[in-house]
Design a protein. Structure first.
Length: 148
């Protein structure tokens, strides 16, 4: 009798479990995730007002970001795992793989970030060397068309 009641209860719960799984699958997450690591003011007197901000960027498999933006600071990136494509100033993108590091100078136009791997996320440690009061991220919108 207990076995029959258990199976009936389990069978009755199947639609609810299926709806729950479907709801979880329909929730979309951002293909670019950022996890703050550390933020520290530099102690060298010649670098007064500068801090190092760090975060880990995780890019979903096959994800691409073409929203142009700038960082009002110098930026270093170290690929922890996977592979990424970075495009600056709409030039041909460079590819960086696990163990490689890249540099973006202050205010360079960042026009592409992508994970070319179809089945594996890529992770990058980002290091921002930023002066107090400067924006770490500024979206760059196309300039309005000029009339002739």
């Amino acid at each position: 009798m207990r076995t029959t009641i258990f199976f009936l209860a389990a069978f009755a719960a199947l639609p609810a479990m299926a709806q729950h799984e479907q709801a979880k699958a329909s929730v979309k997450t951002d293909p670019f995730q950022f996890q703050h690591v550390r933020s520290e003011w530099l102690t060298d007197a010649e670098l007064k007002g500068y801090k190092l901000e760090s975060s880990v960027m995780t890019i979903a498999p096959g994800a691409t970001d073409t929203v142009s933006h700038r960082h009002d600071c110098d930026l270093f990136g170290y690929v922890l795992e996977g592979e990424i494509r970075i495009g600056l100033d709409h030039e041909a993108p460079a590819v960086y793989k696990t163990g490689q590091m890249f540099f973006e100078k202050r205010n360079v136009l960042h026009s592409l970030a992508a994970n070319p791997l179809p089945n594996k996320p890529s992770r990058v440690l980002l290091l921002f060397l930023i002066k107090d009061g400067r924006a770490s991220y500024t979206p760059e919108y196309p300039a309005p068309a000029t009339r002739k």
